[in-house]
Ligand binder design. Structure first.
Ligand code: C5J
Length: 224
């Protein structure tokens, strides 16, 4: 076990039992000209997470540790898109419609794919999820169980939506989650702050919050 500096107390990393889980680093959320920006969001709030995620991903891969990625999106026939999700927000152009980077949040479209800086390597599972949480209607839990994983380092976007939902789902399934604050992002600075506080509050009610520099330092100290 390798201790990682974290809030509310140090996280005891077991490298053989921990996967790096990168949530929804998709072009439509992060790139200028994508769906997120079309809705009026400032994508720079999310783009600042790309560099630290890349550094962590490279360090993690260099040690042969497991990596998984998720993408939020739907089947092209939209059969897995709840009508409530389709109409939420009363926006003119919504999920499944033609957007700036293809059909919005539809699998196989350009905007649905992961940004090139963090593109999955061969053999790294990519979980396509129709919901906010990565466990809902996916085989993530089965894959983690089959691989003996009990700890998750959760990064990606957005902090208060898909990252938080996934951490909560993981917590209820018995996983220990560590969230590096510089590797998660929200379009809204206040949600970034509160989304992180909610995880580590009350003695780590959903998990731990740290910074990628502490994880990198721990890897340098211990993980082969
Ligand atoms: C959102 C996500 N915010 N990946 N998706 O709709 O957090």
């Amino acid at each position: 076990m390798i201790a990682i500096d974290a809030d509310p107390y140090s996280f005891e990393l077991e490298p053989g039992r921990c996967t790096l889980l990168i949530i929804d680093m998709q072009r439509d959320f992060l790139e200028a000209g994508g769906f997120g920006e079309m809705l009026g969001n400032d994508v720079s709030q999310l783009r600042r997470t790309i560099a630290p995620n890349r550094a962590l991903l490279q360090a993690w891969r260099a040690r042969g540790l497991p990596v998984m990625h998720t993408r939020e999106g739907h089947r092209p026939d939209l059969s897995d898109l709840p009508p409530a999700k389709k109409v939420r927000g009363r926006i003119l152009t919504s999920i499944g419609d033609q957007g700036p980077m293809g059909r919005i949040l539809v699998r196989g479209e350009a905007g649905h794919d992961i940004v090139p800086e963090l593109y999955p390597a061969a053999g790294e599972p990519v979980i396509d999820k129709p919901g906010k949480g990565a466990f809902f209607a996916t085989d993530l839990h089965a894959i983690l169980q089959n691989r003996g994983i009990s700890q998750l380092i959760v990064t990606g976007v957005t902090t208060e939506v898909c990252v938080n939902t996934t951490v909560r789902e993981a917590n209820d399934r018995g996983y220990d989650c560590l969230v590096p604050e510089d590797c998660v992002g929200s379009y809204f600075p206040e949600f970034q702050q509160m989304g992180l506080k909610m995880i580590a509050a009350q003695g780590g009610i959903f998990g731990w919050v740290s910074h990628s520099r502490h994880i990198l330092a721990a890897l340098d100290r211990g993980a082969a």
